[in-house]
Write a protein of this length. Structure first.
Length: 133
């Protein structure tokens, strides 16, 4: 590969405007849970919900970063963080992402899945359960 990223101990803060950030409280009845049986279905869900072209958001970090661009263009106070912390993570899910300062995290086996989980939760109030790897 011509381009490689070392995710170990990476933290990306695109923009942190905590003083301007006023997160909407998400009530349990407002949260939609979707059961998904393939990564292709995650990609379709992302494309539909964010009105983006169909790309491999769940497997390609460059495609998943389109969700960060979406946040920058559509949020009053954009924010993004991504970590890889295997020793402090949920078992088998070393990547954590968030679009909320000190807020809710999306966990994933890979960085793209964590980004997809966090973006859907923060911007669309959707939680997905991936039934098959």
């Amino acid at each position: 590969a011509l381009f490689a990223i070392n995710y170990t101990k990476i933290k990306i803060l695109v923009i942190n405007m905590e003083e301007a950030f006023n997160p909407t409280e998400i009530k349990p009845e407002d949260l939609e849970t979707v059961k998904i049986d393939s990564l292709a279905a995650v990609d379709r869900l992302i494309a539909e919900e964010f009105d983006l072209p169909l790309r491999p958001y769940s497997t390609d970090v460059r495609a998943a970063l389109d969700l960060v661009a979406w946040d920058l263009e559509n949020s009053p106070a954009p924010h993004f963080e991504l970590f890889r912390v295997e020793e402090h993570s949920l078992h088998g899910l070393p990547f954590v992402a968030s679009f909320i300062p000190d807020g809710v995290w999306g966990y994933g086996e890979t960085a793209p899945l964590a980004i997809c989980q966090a973006a859907l939760f923060r911007h669309k109030q959707i939680k997905f359960d991936l039934l098959v790897k």
